[in-house]
Design a binder for this molecule. Structure first.
Ligand SMILES: C/C=C/C(=O)SCCNC(=O)CCNC(=O)[C@H](O)C(C)(C)COP(=O)(O)OP(=O)(O)OC[C@H]1O[C@@H](n2cnc3c(N)ncnc32)[C@H](O)[C@@H]1OP(=O)(O)O
Length: 257
């Protein structure tokens, strides 16, 4: 039985983690998500991606029950490296990925959402990295991505105390982009995805590439990639159309070329 489904709605791929009871990120979830990303990468119809969780939670993190069946070597190396590899891939994906978070995004669940480009959270969601409480530490790059988003002092407090924060506080710290009513979450994510999917996918992917340098704090390199990508975008058919449409006071019709 699969634990992740996806479907295409207009130009948005909606990925649903469906691994009851807590959408824990078992190795099966990691493998299936990885396979799905292969499909989405090569599907020209997909211009934006949403990841969300079925039922009560976005994801409560790595599968703690699976940990009990692993030997020390597997637990310490394969699990962390498989998750890190996938999440790096998501973060550097050429198509925008939106995490629609509800209930709980804990441990690996928060790490998954932090690897997405934009995060929307439902009111009442708990977000945290509680691994230290288990005698572990975050293993899917949470010690690196959380400080980048909320600053080192807040990340240190969250990781060392294992205490989650609520969506509203996450918004204040920049950990999520928006907080919405739970029943509005998926619609809000779809609206945002459609807004982006309307744009030229050439320009969107060139912009995403530049933004990856900002995440790494590489201003000088990022600036030079920006100049290169500006020139690539400028030479695209979509830029011709976008500029013409502005002059002609109409909506552009992009061909993604
Ligand atoms: C490299 C990455 C490492 C990691 O990510 S380590 C994991 C870090 N995550 C956590 O420590 C979170 C653990 N879970 C919780 O704190 C709580 O749970 C929740 C806040 C998510 C929900 O609490 P409540 O509403 O009281 O429900 P409930 O009875 O605790 O959980 C419902 C069912 O979900 C299972 N479950 C929850 N989290 C996980 C998990 N991470 N891995 C495997 N199963 C999990 C439980 O055991 C239980 O299951 P049953 O109904 O069969 O007793």
């Amino acid at each position: 039985m699969t634990v992740i489904d996806w479907e295409l709605e207009n130009n948005t791929a909606v990925i649903t983690i469906n691994h009851p009871p807590a959408n824990a990120l078992s190795s099966q979830v990691i493998n299936e998500l990885s396979d799905i990303m292969d499909d989405l990468e090569n599907d020209a119809k997909v211009k934006a991606i949403i990841i969300h969780g079925k039922d009560r939670f976005f994801s409560a993190g790595a599968d703690i029950k699976e940990f009990t069946q692993m030997d020390r070597n597997e637990g310490s190396s394969n699990t962390a490296s498989a998750g890190q590899k996938l999440f790096n891939r998501l973060e550097n994906f050429k198509k925008p990925i939106i995490a629609a978070i509800h209930g709980a995004a804990l441990g690996g669940g928060l790490e998954l959402s932090m690897a997405c480009h934009i995060r929307l959270a439902a009111k009442g969601t708990k977000l945290g990295l509680p691994e230290v409480q288990l005698g572990l530490i975050p293993g899917f790059a949470g010690t690196q991505r959380l400080p980048r988003l909320v600053g080192v002092p807040k990340a240190t407090e969250m990781i060392l105390t294992s205490q989650p924060i609520q969506a509203e506080e996450a918004l204040q710290f920049g950990l999520v982009n928006q907080v919405v009513e739970p029943e509005e979450l998926l619609n809000a994510a779809k609206k945002l995805a459609a807004h982006i999917a309307n744009k030229s996918s050439v320009a969107v992917s060139l912009a995403l590439e530049c933004l990856s340098y900002a995440r790494e704090g590489k201003f000088v390199e990022g600036q030079s990639i920006e100049a290169r990508n500006f020139s690539k975008a400028f030479g695209s058919e979509d830029a011709k159309e976008g500029i013409r449409a502005f002059i002609e006071k109409r909506k552009p019709v992009f061909q993604d070329k």
